[in-house]
Structures are given as C-alpha cells and as structure tokens.
Design a protein around this ligand. Structure first.
Ligand SMILES: Cc1cc2nc3c(=O)[nH]c(=O)nc-3n(C[C@H](O)[C@H](O)[C@H](O)COP(=O)(O)O)c2cc1C
Length: 203
C-alpha cells in the first residue's frame, strides 16, 4: 500500500491522527456490512493512517425505546456504551443494512436511545453512510432513511454515500473488494470524506 504522507492522503492534523469509528449496524456474525466495515477500516488505517475503532454492534444491546424505563432506570447500558464509543471521534463511518427499503429497527432504536443523552455524540459528528446488501440495490434506499434522524440530531452527514450491491460475493478471502471499479468508487468517496473531515476539524 502506498505511503499516505507521500500520496497526500494522511489524516494527521493538529499534531494527531484522525480518529474514525467504523460501525457495522448488524448484530449477526456473518454480516455483509461487517465485511464492508472491516474492509473500510483496513483502508482508513493503511491508506490514510487513521486511528480506527471497529466496535461490534452486538455489544450494544438495548430494549426497544420505552419512556417508562428511561424515567425509572435511565438510558440502557448498551446505548451509553455506544455513546462512549463515539465520544472523541472525529468521524463515524456507518455500514448500515437496509430493511424493507429503509433503516433497520435496531439502528433507529440505537440512535433514538443515544439521542436521549445530553449532550449526545451525534451533534456535529461527521458521518459517512455506507451499506451493503446481497441484492442489487446495495442498501442505498436504507441509507437515505438513515440520513434523516442523524441530520435531525445535528450530525454532518457527508453528501456522497456508498452502497455495495451483490455483497455476498464481493470480497475475496483476504477481505479485499474483487471488483477494481467498485474499489475505485470507494477510494474516491473515502478520499473526499477524510479531506472534508480534516477541513471541518481544522476549521
Ligand atoms: C427484515 C428484513 C428486511 C430486509 N429488507 C431488505 C431490503 O429492503 N433490501 C435489501 O437489499 N435487503 C433486505 N434484507 C436483506 C438484508 O440486506 C440481508 O439480510 C443482509 O445480509 C443484512 O445485512 P447484514 O448481513 O450486514 O446483517 C432484509 C432482511 C431482513 C431480515
């Protein structure tokens, strides 16, 4: 892999490297979104020299939003842990599955619970939306729905999105994307996003 400093792709700024959380919003172990998240994490760490955190969504267990529970107990531990994972991050890359043409219930529920914390970590957070699905549309319809609550919470959701269709066979045994054209498309989006985050965090 090329040296990120020589290639002008380094995510070093203000005397430190950019910290990016890459989160696959899927609990299942054989997850195409986890495959995509692992690949993006490898790219961000290797090509851009970022500090990457790759949490497991399954660790953030929480009941469906319940106002009585919140009044009596507070925000569930899983939601508090998710908020903590996002705290101090310069950016979040979300790899989100599409359910019935929209956002998955588990992800929307997690966003709703985390939003109950004051302050919550989505305000002004730079977010790149990506998604993968075994079908041809690559979860993009779900990404449009995912954008709505995040923008409502004041996140800076990057305009471009990346949807990976036919994702079940898209990765080789080493985790790399098999189609060079799709890899180039992802490179372009990641490059634009990290440059955008750098400008935003510097300014
Ligand atoms: C309730 C449900 C609804 C789904 N709806 C869609 C859909 O609208 N579009 C789509 O491309 N895939 C849909 N799928 C298939 C998912 O894309 C597939 O299960 C995928 O593997 C989920 O991502 P993951 O592997 O990262 O968990 C749906 C799956 C479930 C369980």
């Amino acid at each position: 892999m090329e040296n990120c400093d020589e290639a002008g792709l380094s995510t070093r700024f203000g005397g430190r490297v950019m910290k990016i959380v890459v989160l696959a919003a899927s609990a299942q172990s054989k997850s195409v979104n986890k495959n995509l998240a692992a690949h993006i994490a490898t790219q961000l760490a290797g090509r851009y020299g970022s500090e990457v955190v790759l949490p497991d969504f399954k660790q953030f267990t929480m009941l469906a939003y319940d106002g009585d529970f919140e009044a009596e107990v507070g925000v569930p531990e899983g939601a508090a842990q998710l908020a903590e994972a996002l705290q101090g991050a310069d950016a979040l890359v979300l790899c989100a599955p599409e359910y019935n043409g929209g956002i998955s219930g588990a992800l929307k529920n997690a966003i709703d619970w985390v939003s109950r914390l004051q302050p919550h970590p989505f305000a002004r957070l730079n977010i790149l939306l990506t998604g993968a699905s075994p079908g041809g549309l690559g979860a993009v319809r779900g990404l449009w729905h995912t954008r709505v609550p995040l923008e409502a919470l004041g996140a800076h959701v990057y305009p471009d999105m990346f949807g990976l269709g036919r994702a079940t066979g898209a990765f080789g045994a080493d985790g790399s994307l098999q189609d060079p054209g799709i890899q180039r498309q992802l490179d372009g989006i990641l490059e634009g996003f990290v440059a955008h985050v750098k400008r935003h965090r510097n300014g």
